[in-house]
Design a protein around this ligand. Sequence first.
Ligand code: P6P
Length: 334
Amino acid sequence: MSRKNQTLGEFIIENQSSFKYTSGELSRLINSIRLAAKVVNHEVNKAGLVDIIGAAGDTNVQGEDQQKLDVYANTKFIQTMTKRNIVCGIASEEEDDFISINSQDENHQNKYVVLIDPLDGSSNIDVNVSVGTIFSIYRRVTPVGTPVTIDDFLQKGNQQVAAGYIIYGTSTMIVYTTGDGVNGFTLNPAIGTFYLSHPDMQFPKDGKIYSVNEGNYIHFPQGIKNYIKYCQMEEGDRPYTSRYIGSLVSDFHRNMIKGGIYMYPKSSKNSNGKLRLLYECNPMAFIAEQANGKASDGFNRIMDIEPTELHQRVPFICGSKNMVEKAEEFMRNA
Ligand code: P6P
């Protein structure tokens, strides 16, 4: 059950008993993410004022320039989750390999692993466009009391126990699911408290917005080209509107509220697309499905894909159920 204007803390306590693993650890983990979100939000909101923007002079495992805020956000989320003694391992877009977190009693008693994209869309920072954090939470699969292994991270998305995102936009929000629907909380920066502002978020079954980088059009598979042309045709409720912010969290969030589809397909330039399965596509797919939307690679349910490596990429089509199914139809018939 959810009540508007409840604080995130009150919501977590009230709904803890509905979570099948009621040990309270997951609640503490969500609380640690809440704290890190406030710290990162503070820095993101002043990025233009201090020397914290611009490349950190390094590149991440993706070969992308690391913006200083990327590094800052990565450090803050890892620090916060480590200090709370809740997780046994963390994987991050900004870290080449996973990090094994030993519990304070040194015997690896913690049960959760977290995969995170600490600051997605960071190339937008310097131009003052909204960015986001994406997180995915699993229970470990290797024995408690031993260090985590890669198997704890290479789990199918359908094994997630929680997933969410923080959007640092015109307001800062946390949107997350623990498998019992999707709820959005907006930060009141004056007092540093998140309030339940969007209870039980649902993707409209249909929408009129399509989000894709049409600059890559000539490189797309024919099925995607055909679907884009379908969106642009004068017929019925079309043409649709094209909206592409270049920040997954922002495009996803708008489409979940208004109805729409986001696509990052494979192309002749990116043979598996650009987005990473484990800490971008799976968490967003979990949220989408919990909000009665859909997420696929064009042919297969995202959350059924068997992961093979930590930073693997997959084509991603996500949003209003009927729109995703129409795009899949074009992919099948191409
Ligand atoms: P492109 C940001 O780098 C990101 O991972 C997503 O947030 C965003 O939707 C996409 O890549 C933008 O990529 O190639 O269109 O600039």
